[in-house]
Design a protein. Structure first.
Length: 113
């Protein structure tokens, strides 16, 4: 069921009009969060220093090729979900009877300004 809503958000890639239900918004957000956590975890395994290997921790070897592959996949994924995330957030705000303008207002706060 979650993946149905996830695909639905991608089918409305640039649709900023309309409304998004809680299920649509949270399904998309939670699945993206899980995928981003998986990328983070794999990147930490790829970039583990060699001294951790001596402690007997089974990890991937430190390999710049793997780091480049996972880093590139992470970047592609972030670019791919940028507009759908923005669109579903604006539609969710519309469902709550707020303007999508609030996404722009909150963006500097998300960047730490």
């Amino acid at each position: 069921m979650f993946f149905q809503w996830y695909r639905y958000c991608f089918s409305k890639y640039f649709t900023f009009q309309g409304r998004a239900s809680r299920t649509e918004y949270w399904s998309f957000t939670i699945i993206n969060l899980l995928i981003l956590w998986a990328f983070w975890f794999i990147s930490k395994l790829v970039d583990i220093p060699e001294d951790a290997m001596s402690d007997g921790i089974p990890v991937f070897p430190k390999d710049p090729v793997l780091a480049l592959i996972f880093g590139s996949l992470y970047l592609i994924f972030c670019i791919a979900i940028f507009f759908p995330s923005l669109a579903v957030t604006v539609r969710r705000l519309h469902d709550r009877n707020h303007s999508g303008f609030w996404v722009i207002v909150s963006s500097p706060l998300d960047c730490g300004l």
